[in-house]
Design a protein around this ligand. Structure first.
Ligand SMILES: [Zn+2]
Length: 372
């Protein structure tokens, strides 16, 4: 479907509200999509809290050499682009709110790399020549711009490559129940322009790429997916965080290839990143200043511990997994989507198993648990 405008001729935001309402009731509509639709219908975000307002950045980092500045100042025509020396943040529609995202262009003297080609890139095309595409991880919303970059080699961590080579491989990463998977699979193909990639290269954690006076350092940050990576561009004092998105919703670790423990370790690792600018694919866009970033990272990580404490409190009475699912520790009660049941179940199992291992709860009967 390369070059095909199917799904693009009507902008996603322009669908009729009747259509949107219908979509809300369709089994298999993925959570984040649903959230977007709920926002469009109600003007309120059911899953995210506003935790931070960004203050704009005016100055480029001082460490960037004049040569790189010269190159980076080659005009890029892109609405709301933010220049950070050799890094250009290609701000996505609605500041990268799902299904869109904020892509990043990194330009050295020899090579230009586009990181996470978003749906906005799919809609508008890339604003400058691109030699390579890097992916923070393989999820539907991080790859749709590949439809505008045919023949450009794509690199991702070896643990996520399965999602690039076939739609079945990508679906295996989500681990959705069949009832939800069928429609989501079609949506990934139709709305996110999925096509298997032929020119895929993989990197391992800690790889460093020299683009000519500008480096991209790979930092393996698994948890959201097994191969999720952040990218540090030292010459721009900038880190691209991918889906360590620092939203009030907190970390998303509910896919088949997700890991709560890995996510926690990755967030710890991010604390030591030496940078001044922190770019998220969704929601927060660009955070200026390491102190502010560390505070937001703490708040983001605390969503997990707060969830677990709330579950423990709930379990002062004997509770089943079903009780936890009904109580909801991930979504607000007002969120009405088919994916809720799946995610709440996965979350309940993950946290119950962990609290059992830690001796914080005990199994009191076949299917019932209670705080120890
Ligand atoms: Zn993701």
């Amino acid at each position: 479907m390369h070059g095909d405008l199917h799904g693009l001729q009507t902008p996603l935001g322009a669908r009729s509200s009747r259509n949107q309402a219908a979509r809300l009731l369709i089994p298999g509509r993925p959570l984040r999509w649903m959230v977007t639709q709920v926002i469009k219908l109600t003007g309120q975000n059911p899953a995210y809290r506003l935790t931070h307002r960004h203050t704009s950045i005016r100055k480029a980092p001082s460490q960037v050499s004049s040569l790189l500045m010269k190159r980076s100042l080659n005009k890029i025509h892109w609405p709301d682009a933010l220049q950070l020396g050799p890094v250009t943040v290609l701000t996505g529609e609605e500041r990268g709110k799902y299904p869109h995202g904020n892509s990043v262009l990194v330009r050295g003297t020899h090579q230009s790399v586009l990181i996470d080609p978003s749906l906005t890139i799919a809609n508008r095309g890339a604003p400058a020549p691109v030699d390579q595409v890097f992916l923070s991880h393989v999820h539907e919303d991080h790859i749709p711009g590949m439809s505008q970059l045919q023949g450009i080699p794509v690199h991702c961590h070896e643990e996520d490559a399965i999602g690039l080579t076939s739609i079945d491989g990508l679906m295996s990463m989500y681990g959705l129940p069949p009832t939800l998977e069928e429609e989501f699979r079609q949506e990934v193909i139709d709305d996110f322009h999925y096509e298997p990639q032929v020119d895929v290269s993989t990197f391992s954690g800690n790889a460093i790429f020299d683009l000519g006076g500008v480096e991209i350092q790979v930092i393996h940050t698994p948890g959201h997916t097994r191969g999720h990576c952040a990218f540090l561009i030292p010459q721009a004092r900038t880190v691209f965080l991918g889906d360590i998105e620092l939203s009030g919703f907190g970390p998303y670790y509910f896919d088949a290839h997700s890991s709560l423990e890995s996510f926690e370790q990755s967030m710890s690792r991010c604390r030591s990143l030496d940078a001044d600018y922190f770019v998220t694919f969704h929601h927060k866009w660009v955070i200026s200043g390491r102190e502010k970033f560390l505070q937001m990272l703490d708040d983001f990580a605390n969503v997990i511990s707060n969830r677990e404490e709330a579950m423990l409190e709930f379990m002062t009475e004997p509770r089943t997994i079903g009780d936890c699912v009904s109580k909801r520790f991930v979504y607000r009660p007002s969120v009405d989507m088919n994916l809720v049941q799946h995610v709440e179940t996965r979350s309940a199992l993950i946290h119950v198993n962990r609290m059992l291992e830690q001796g914080r709860i005990t199994k009191v009967s076949e299917n019932t648990y209670q705080a120890a």
